[in-house]
Design a binder for this molecule. Structure first.
Ligand code: FAD
Length: 507
């Protein structure tokens, strides 16, 4: 029997999404069954921001077989064990969402029940956030690779990276081309569809070249050239829950110390980020244009810098939301072409990774063709990832005691279905969502619920199995082990200098 011709995959767009897709597909799909072509336009360029990630990115890089130290050198990366939120309840307060667990599950019941019980009994056990090793590392500005012994307190965290998104895309581009991805530079000016199926048959470049394909991956950014413009897939607008619609971004001179966490500081009509990389600090101000003007937003950003800006702030416009479906016909949108959530919890690159891996799991073959059942499952997972991420981001806004029109608005808005239930359940029972798949883990929910001042009024009676005095002693011992071990860790800057020092770059 004759061999089936390879399935022709065409990726439109070469930002972070396009090159992550190309890299993973070139590594994980059998080369004899697929061809991979990526089209990108130097003239259009990329969105060029996206410096903060979640720990899942390490799994992505490891799956590809990327050498960590080399990748960190080439992207000027630093390490990250959490996100610090400053002023999200009231100006001046702060808490960390750690990439790690709170405490240990004693007597078969999650740690927060024991903490809540001890608190309710009037014991002097401190705050929930005192029982996270990752938070202690943030407080000490320290980093070491997690210990592989699961019994060690030093094994109870994960880590992500801050990196230069442009350098990461360039790194993956070199990596993918070396593995057979054909890169075509050019601007797509026309899209041809098959008259009977409605599927995209080819795209035409400004040069006149026609690129045919069987499966098109739309990584064209906010333009959403194929899934949005061509297939006309509906847009779910979430701006009533997440009203911020603009950001100014500007790098500044690198300052010491190099922090192992992203900082997100609430501002009068939005929030600012600060991200330390090896060669510079990334800064931005996400704001809501209904509640402030652009001049004022620019001034807020410049006022929040801790060093001289390296250029003029650049403004980006967006709307929170997602496509009703990311897979339409034979087109699959990944990255900004599929939706946008403000970068408060560094979710966008995770959403790219999840979509790429889901697509590989459900990848059509030449023989199966584009099976609508594969598309339906992909779209179900796409909704799960986006909607959960959205709820988690909204959670940061709603429980605030800040002044200002934005903060009044978000405090009084109607919540997405399900989020109100999660909050009420936590208040009534200390139970937090515990997803085994995708974002976010129980500990992440606990960090933000408690960090925002939402506290449980009750706890599981299973926690009562431990006599109170014994529980207090266990908590004290745990806190001691966290503090002593965190105090003994290497400074984050020293770790970077010995593990993966990057070459000096022009800022
Ligand atoms: P883009 O970078 O816009 O790339 C689109 C590609 O499509 C480009 O190569 C372009 O040339 C090409 N293209 C478009 N039209 C055509 C055409 N007609 N012909 C040929 N090529 C075309 N994410 C995080 O995970 N962490 C963060 O900290 C973070 N911060 C952010 C801050 C801001 C203010 C914004 C707006 C986003 C942030 N993101 C963050 C999101 C992140 O930037 C994106 O998810 C990521 O860069 C992926 O972008 P993309 O590849 O989808 O689109």
């Amino acid at each position: 029997m004759a061999e089936a011709a390879p399935l022709r995959i065409v990726i439109v767009g070469g930002g972070t999404a396009g090159w992550m897709a190309a890299a993973a597909l070139s590594k994980l799909l059998p080369a004899r069954d697929y061809t991979l072509t990526l089209i990108e336009s130097d003239e259009i360029g990329t969105v060029g921001v996206g410096e903060a990630t979640l720990p899942h990115i390490k799994v992505f890089n490891d799956t590809l077989g990327i050498d960590e130290a080399q990748f960190m050198r080439e992207t000027q990366a630093s390490l990250k064990v959490g996100i610090e939120f400053v002023g999200w309840d009231r100006p001046g307060d702060r808490y960390v969402h750690p990439f790690g667990t709170f405490g240990e599950p004693w007597a078969g019941i999650d740690f927060q029940h024991h903490w809540a019980r001890a608190k309710a009994a009037g014991c002097d056990v401190g705050e929930l956030h005192d029982y996270s090793f990752a938070i202690a590392a943030c407080r000490n500005n320290a980093f070491e690779l997690p210990n592989e012994d699961p019994k060690s307190i030093r094994s109870t965290y994960a880590y992500a990276y801050h990196f230069d998104a442009g350098l990461y895309a360039a790194f993956l581009r070199r990596w993918s081309i070396a593995r057979g991805v054909e890169r075509i530079e050019g601007k797509v000016v026309d899209v041809a569809r098959d008259a009977s199926s409605g599927h995209v048959a080819s795209v035409t470049l400004e040069s006149g070249a026609v690129i045919e394909g069987d499966l098109f991956i739309d990584c064209s950014g906010f333009r959403s050239l194929l899934v949005g413009q061509t297939m006309d897939t509906a847009w779910c607008d979430w701006s009533h829950w997440l009203p911020c619609d603009r950001a100014f971004a500007v790098p500044s001179l690198r300052t010491e110390p190099l922090l192992p966490f992203t900082r997100a500081t609430a501002q009068e009509a939005g929030w600012t980020w600060r991200i330390g990389l090896q060669h510079r600090t990334g800064n931005g101000h996400v704001f809501c244009s209904s509640f402030t003007d652009e001049d004022r937003a620019r001034d807020v950003l410049l006022g929040a810098l801790d060093a001289a800006p390296l250029g003029e702030p650049r403004m980006l416009r967006f709307q929170a939301g997602r496509r009703a479906a990311a897979w339409a016909g034979n087109c699959v949108a990944i990255g900004l072409a599929s939706g946008f959530l403000e970068p408060l919890e560094s979710t966008s690159i995770f959403l790219i990774q999840a979509a790429v891996m889901d697509l590989i799991n459900l990848m059509p073959t030449r023989r199966s063709g584009i099976d609508p059942r594969l598309a339906a499952e992909f779209n179900r997972l796409f909704e799960v990832h986006y909607d959960r991420s959205r709820d988690f981001i909204v959670l940061h806004y709603l429980a605030n005691r800040r002044e200002g029109a934005l903060w009044d608005h978000v405090r009084n808005m109607e919540l997405p279905d399900g989020l109100a239930h999660k909050i009420a359940l936590f208040e009534a029972s200390a139970a937090a969502p515990d997803y085994r798949y995708g974002l976010f883990s129980r500990d992440s929910w606990l960090a933000v619920l408690v960090g925002q001042g939402i506290l449980p009024n009750a706890h599981s009676l299973l926690a009562e199995a431990i006599p109170l005095a014994e529980l207090e002693a266990q908590l004290a011992d745990l806190k001691y082990r966290i503090d002593v071990n965190a105090a003994d860790m290497t400074r984050h800057g020293d770790f970077i200098r010995s593990y993966c020092p990057a070459p000096a770059l022009e800022p």
